[in-house]
Design a protein around this ligand. Sequence first.
Ligand code: NDP
Length: 380
Amino acid sequence: MAPTQGPRAPLEFGGPLGAAALLLLLPATMFHLLLAARSGPPASLPGLEALWSPRALLLWLAWLGLQAALYYCRRARRAAPGLTLRCGSGFQALVLTALLVGLGMSAGLPLGALPEMLLPLAFVATLTAFIFSLFLYMKAQVAPVSALAPGGNSGNPIYDFFLGRELNPRICFFDFKYFCELRPGLIGWVCWLLYVGDALWHEEAILTTMDITHDGFGFMLAFGDIAWVPFTYSLQAQFLLHHPQPLELPMASVICLINAIGYYIFRGANSQKNTFRKNPSDPRVAGLETISTATGRKLLVSGWWGMVRHPNYLGDLIMALAWSLPCGVSHLLPYFYLLYFTALLVHREARDERQCLQKYGLAWQEYCRRVPYRIMPYIY
Ligand code: NDP
């Protein structure tokens, strides 16, 4: 019998109205940015002929097929403790993809034409996200209640379509959310090689993120993963393609240094928490101060997690700045990512805070008292 209700949670993102607005606003913003990166703010909407291309559709399907095949052929790995997903090797998929693309180029594939196809590619990615989210919504009708996410089962179809009803929808061992979070979109965003390579190298770390453990899989993540990430997060590269900027060695060195500092904080914080969650008696984290909680899990209160309550967000934001700086300061557009990402992480931090307060109660309040700053020491 199909379930009609799962676990309930307070409405987020402005409820059904907010979800309906985001369903339209996110794709509209993406297309606006794509057009603006090319030739400034568009004066009118692009016609269907600028958006639709059978070649782009074929290329997109080939890309999805390749990534799905690489995912399918993955070597099964042990999942993070307490979770039942199986991991593949994203980094191997990245290397194999790079090799195949290199081979394709040496065989004469006209990959240089790719930037000209960005608009139709983004269009088919958006169509895919809508159709795929509809499939996920329908699939959740026959999923057991235990498979549903706490957030996406309000009973309002627009809200639930947006947030996602099922937590980790799968067919056999093909995990749709895991695949979408790490493969076609992330690898398509490879202009940030360090960031993408790091995420795929530490692929298993995704298993403990809010996306996997809390949020359902619906339009928000499906569109975010396969359309928004590759097409919007690569805005700086698109901008530079159409507006080349001079970059002297001293400035390039400063930017690399900022990126290295951001990466050091981001990787240090994420690895420290992952190591601690996997094995609290690991010598790398055993000496850190902790607070016990009623659930039996402990919270780190020294090391990176004693500096602010989200040191990983701080490192991520510093890197976001470094990825935008090569575009110079004459345009605001390449800084869209930094601005948007700041808003996303501030909102995400507040969501996580609510969930942690619910999970850990008094222990979380004690943690907040001892570590008063959320993301930026002495500022926020
Ligand atoms: P986090 O990795 O920050 O995890 C938050 C969870 O960590 C909490 O729910 C809690 O879960 C645990 N935790 C919090 N404080 C402590 C502590 N003091 N000691 C031990 N455990 C603690 O969550 P995210 O999923 O938001 O982020 C993961 C990474 O992904 C980040 O680096 C972020 O910057 C990045 N990210 C990137 C995005 C992008 O678009 N580029 C988008 C979103 C995130 P529990 O206790 O249950 O383990």
